[in-house]
Design a protein around this ligand. Structure first.
Ligand SMILES: [Zn+2]
Length: 120
């Protein structure tokens, strides 16, 4: 994946500004955003409650999962009952939540931060 793109920051969980420092604290499933970047010093929360807006992104990701599972079931398992279809969709949503939650925050941050190459 190429550095300098927003996708790099999102999938590598790196600072959206310099793409060097880590964006989250702790493990892969951690959704705790660091206070600031350890490499470029950029503050990750532009204002109090900045990451509340990431709920819109969680919602959008949830809809994307819903549509993907729904379409796949209709394509590959057209005889599945409505109850089983809904159960599959909700299971997929529950499984995807630990990924969607931190991902939504870094996607949200990438709307507001632009990549700037660091001079070293
Ligand atoms: Zn940085």
């Amino acid at each position: 994946m190429k550095k300098g793109t927003k996708l790099y920051s999102i999938f590598k969980r790196k600072c959206p500004h310099c793409q060097e420092g880590d964006f989250f604290e702790g493990s892969f499933f951690s959704a705790k955003v660091k206070d600031h970047c350890e490499v470029c010093g950029e503050k990750y929360a532009k204002e109090p409650g900045f990451y509340q807006g990431s709920y819109y992104v969680v919602y959008a990701l949830g809809v994307a999962v819903f549509v993907t599972v729904w379409t796949s079931i209709n394509l590959f398992l057209p005889n599945l009952s409505m109850v089983a279809t809904l159960a599959s969709i909700f299971s997929a949503l529950i499984l995807a939540t630990p990924f969607m939650y931190p991902m939504s925050k870094i996607i949200w941050a990438n709307f507001f931060f632009n990549y700037k190459k660091q001079n070293k």
